[in-house]
Design a protein around this ligand. Sequence first.
Ligand code: NAP
Length: 305
Amino acid sequence: MYDVIVIGAGPGGMTAALYASRADLSVLVLEKGIYGGQLQNTADVENYPGVGLVTGPELAEKIYKDSTAFGAEHAYGSVTKVEDHGTHKTVHTEDEQYDAKVVIIATGSDHRHLGVPGEEEFSGRGVSYCAVCDGPFFRNKHVAVIGGGDSAVEEGSYLTQVADKVSVIHRRDELRAQKVLQDRAFKNEKMTFVWNHVVEEIQGDDIKVNNLRIKDTQTGEVSDYPVDGVFIYVGLDPITEPFKSLGVTNEEGWIPTNEKMETSVPGVYAIGDVRETVLRQITTAVGDGSIAGQEAFKYIESLAD
Ligand code: NAP
């Protein structure tokens, strides 16, 4: 029986592990991929105070080291279900099951898919959701980025380091991204903006993407837009399927909490991007993680009373 199981080793989950283990609790962090979560797909981080400009993987490595400093264990595990037995919970993975007094859900979110013809077919053959991973394949090429949020604009700017031209295709005529990112993108000579257009279909030959069929949202006109690749950044979906049976998710799948990161189930906390929240940042995930780690300690103390 662990005191705490943290599900997900993003910056929030690793911070929760740091706080809980530093409070002398036994902690297991389960992760189905590599530690760091979305940090591993982030080129540059410039809004995490204290470390200056750092790459996502570098910051992930630093937080991982800190998360293990007080004895928290990390293990591979793809969680399928969590059962609540009152004073303890059972966490099921594909191969194992673990018991803990507290579960902290830190599974984050996944990039949403567009859901247009050609998207699945050309996934990995010109369709990507990760500029850091796949950008180098598009050296001196023309790529499109779909979306108008922070991810589209920031990752689009990153892609100009390798691609010759980056076209941001957005369904409205103004961006949702933070102003600082917009200002930088508008000044970038390699970036162009295709306003008021949506992608209807992603097309290609036997090998890879070569064209987008795009529709003008004002006139309804559909046209060809030749590109060598397309990066899709149209928002995030929560990774909460394994927790639906616990009854902690809202209609859209996010997990509401109070300011102590408590969900509707005592002893189950949620932190970071998976939470119903107004801001999804590394800093907010880390803040959530520290609160949950501390609250886990108090909750376990209360069980002993
Ligand atoms: P987001 O903020 O939800 O933006 C999604 C964008 O995709 C919006 O511009 C939206 O258009 C567009 N969109 C949604 N569905 C679409 C569809 N079916 N077809 C075409 N366009 C569609 O998502 P995000 O940019 O991935 O950001 C997610 C969160 O992470 C945000 O909280 C963001 O602030 C944060 N983030 C922060 C940073 C940073 O601080 N440096 C970097 C990356 C992400 P509309 O604008 O018309 O709705």
